[in-house]
Design a binder for this molecule. Structure first.
Ligand code: UDP
Ligand code: MG
Length: 314
């Protein structure tokens, strides 16, 4: 038998399950039923408080999701428009009062049976428990390749991210207390949370297919999130520009020497190629720096990170 060591963590903490929801009318009811089952099971086992609950954040759905959510026994939060999954989760973490929080996608692609394991890890004294996929069988090949390149890139750029971990995680009140005081506008939770420190661990699970409905992410949106993430946490790309500049100088010298030695190459070709090449690199570099400036611009405006239109309390 496994003996649980209770640190200063409460014996039966209040758990809030945080569910971001954007146009999920097809599946939100099933998700609600299944999570309620899990919640009840954990309550019976006294692993969580009887006051534990589900909180669904409607991220500006244009279908009947909110009408459905209002009929559930959950704490519903309706955002005034679509703010994106990251901010919806952040709203869920900041607007709920609980001891522990587990964020999970509404399509239940992330195996909900690990919720129990996550709670056990909390009892063992961890403040953050990352859900990590140990298989991507249900992903398309291109998605797998993209994800792997992304995690590798994160490492190279010195970012402190957990590989194969998305938004499925448990965090304790200590973490949400910090999040409530962050003033950052560029929200990339995966990066923000791993940067906080605290005692953390991982639980592994197999990623399932969507319950129904369609993914809200296309390649364009995924790419956007990846670039957002990197530019929010690393300034390495700016340093890369300097390297490119140096490389350019070196190449130009080499090219000139080459031309001097083998005069049969057309001057015009060399001119045109180098013009296009460095022209593009300059555009890219200016664009990249522009992205960082854009972020500073967003931060200085201090607009609300998310706006709540309506709440449905239980
Ligand atoms: N989601 C959201 N706002 C958005 C896009 C998505 O709240 O703008 C929610 C969505 O309802 C789901 C979760 O984020 O609960 C993950 O979305 P999805 O399943 O489409 O992403 P994927 O699994 O394809 O990466
Ligand atoms: Mg999904």
């Amino acid at each position: 038998m496994k003996i649980l060591v209770y640190h200063n963590h409460m014996k039966s903490p209040i758990l809030a399950i945080i569910l971001p929801c954007y146009n999920e009318e097809k599946i939100i009811n099933t998700a609600y039923q299944k999570l309620t089952e899990i919640l009840n099971k954990l309550k019976e086992k006294n692993k969580i408080s009887k006051n534990s609950y589900i909180s669904i954040i409607d991220d500006g759905s244009t279908d009947s999701s909110w009408e459905l959510i209002r009929t559930f026994y959950v704490k519903g939060i309706k955002l005034s428009r679509n703010f994106g999954q990251q901010k919806a989760i952040l709203a869920g973490l900041c607007e709920n009062e609980a001891d522990i929080y587990i964020s999970i996608d509404a399509d239940l692609q992330d195996d909900i049976t690990v919720v129990e394991e996550m709670v056990e890890k909390y009892h063992e004294g961890y403040e953050i428990v990352y859900g990590v996929r140990n298989n991507r069988d249900n992903d398309k090949l291109s998605q797998k390749v993209f994800a792997n390149i992304y995690y590798k890139l994160n490492k190279i750029l010195g970012m402190n991210t957990v590989s194969q971990h998305a938004e499925y995680r448990l965090v304790s009140k200590k973490i949400t207390d910090v999040l409530k005081n962050t003033n950052e506008r560029n929200i990339y939770l995966r990066g923000i949370i791993t940067d906080l420190g605290f005692k953390s661990t991982k639980v592994y699970y197999k990623r399932q297919k969507r319950l129904g409905g369609k993914s809200k992410y296309n390649y364009y949106k995924l790419m956007k999130i990846a670039i957002e993430g990197i530019t929010s946490f690393s300034t390495a790309p700016i340093k890369l520009i300097i390297l490119l500049g140096l490389l350019g100088i070196f190449l130009s010298i080499a090219l000139t020497l080459y031309f001097l030695l083998f005069k049969n190459i057309s001057m015009l070709v060399i001119l045109l190629v180098s013009l296009y090449f460095w022209g593009s690199i300059q555009l890219l570099s200016v664009g990249l720096i522009g992205m960082y400036i854009g972020k500073i611009y967003k931060e200085t405006k201090k607009r609300p990170i998310y706006i709540i239109e309506e709440k449905n309390n239980i």
